[in-house]
Design a protein around this ligand. Sequence first.
Ligand code: 5SP
Ligand code: FE2
Length: 226
Amino acid sequence: MADASPILIAPSILSADFAAMGEEVAAATRAGADWLHIDIMDGHFVPNLTFGPPMVRALRPHSHLPFDVHLMIEPADPLLEAFAAAGADHIHVHVEGNPHVHRSLQTIRALGKKAGVAICPATPPEAVSYLLDLADVILVMTVNPGFGGQRFLESQLPKIRTLREMVTASKRDIVIGVDGGVDPLVMPLAAAAGANMFVSGTAVFGQADYAMAIAHLRQAGAGVPN
Ligand SMILES: O=C(CO)[C@@H](O)[C@H](O)COP(=O)(O)O
Ligand SMILES: [Fe+2]
């Protein structure tokens, strides 16, 4: 998961134009995104519905960037193979709602993909402590999952700090991502707490100039000691 850039920006297509998704993905790619974040919602684990593997497959030709697929579905296991086959590069499974999440991560890795574990605001950081041997990414939800455009929960900053300490102690190269309400004001706070991947929907796709929006986020998080 090593990257030349210490800061990874992953625009979330949840805030893109659903009627022009292929072009939106291509535009975010041209604009300098590092990963593309794809939110999968099932109307059960979260109170909203988005799309499934066919959308991931349809978008695949529109970008060479890693597809970062955030599964807000319960259960996730029956669909891991389908998302991998559709073109997902990283697959995040929630610790909540997936009692055998360690096995889910094993499955994702066996499929040749990066394994991510996502953690909701009300879940303590210790919930991922027995997953550090497998996780490539920890995705810290900084809003309650289900919708874009919510306010960043500053209550999650101590959790990010704790997770950074846990990752350092594990001696594994695990990306810590933040997802929800990320904008240029939030960037230095989350980066200082130890995040190095930043999902942003509204602050990218809600702007007229995606390249400027991504550059602004990157700049705001750069050079922050953690
Ligand atoms: O997973 C989710 C929401 O559940 C996120 O990926 C959102 O799509 C982020 O959108 P903004 O908060 O940046 O608008
Ligand atoms: Fe997400």
